[in-house]
Design a protein around this ligand. Sequence first.
Ligand SMILES: Cc1cc2nc3c(=O)[nH]c(=O)nc-3n(C[C@H](O)[C@H](O)[C@H](O)COP(=O)(O)O)c2cc1C
Length: 192
Amino acid sequence: MKKSFIALTGASGIVYGFGIMKAMQQSGYEIHITATDEAILNAQAETGLEYTDTKDMLEKNKISDCIVYDINDSGAAVASGSFKVDNYIIAPASMGFIGRVANGVSSNLAERCADVAIKERRPLVILFREMPLSNIHLENLLKLNKSGVITMPAAPGFYHKPENINDLINFVSGKVLDILNIENNCFKRWKS
Ligand SMILES: Cc1cc2nc3c(=O)[nH]c(=O)nc-3n(C[C@H](O)[C@H](O)[C@H](O)COP(=O)(O)O)c2cc1C
């Protein structure tokens, strides 16, 4: 079974992370997941629910069958480059996370896994959300992009005529799967 590592960090847009996880599972991926404390706090604000930890957050958002890691579990299997992962997705990615990874700082499992993906030349998607972007944000994103990281803004299109929030989430999820070359029908394509 193909493996995807997904990390949720403290940018706004936790629903993008949930949408991507569900789409990846539908495409047959085994999901390895961690979330920062800020991601859980933001998720509470955005969904209006209380979560005790990452597992609880996933259960309450109807996401099951994942391998869940504590964000501080630096000895987790997935923290090593010798553990084979097909792709890594950080969604949503905070500018703090991006700044640390762009500068080689791995202070938690999400940052360590991004560092592993870069050094092992494995596909890494960073779905960021911030506005406006400062020079520092842009320089960090460029640095990552130059290192082979796929940097994507959490910016849904509107040409597929979205009718609700799920249509927006599915558009962004589909674009993430597309760039990783994973078959999906998350959104209606232009002129199809
Ligand atoms: C309500 C709220 C919304 C936030 N939204 C964003 C955001 O959209 N983008 C971002 O880069 N940071 C955002 N932040 C700031 C990050 O959560 C903060 O930088 C945090 O330290 C990131 O931690 P992490 O990278 O460990 O998850 C937000 C913070 C709060 C409280």
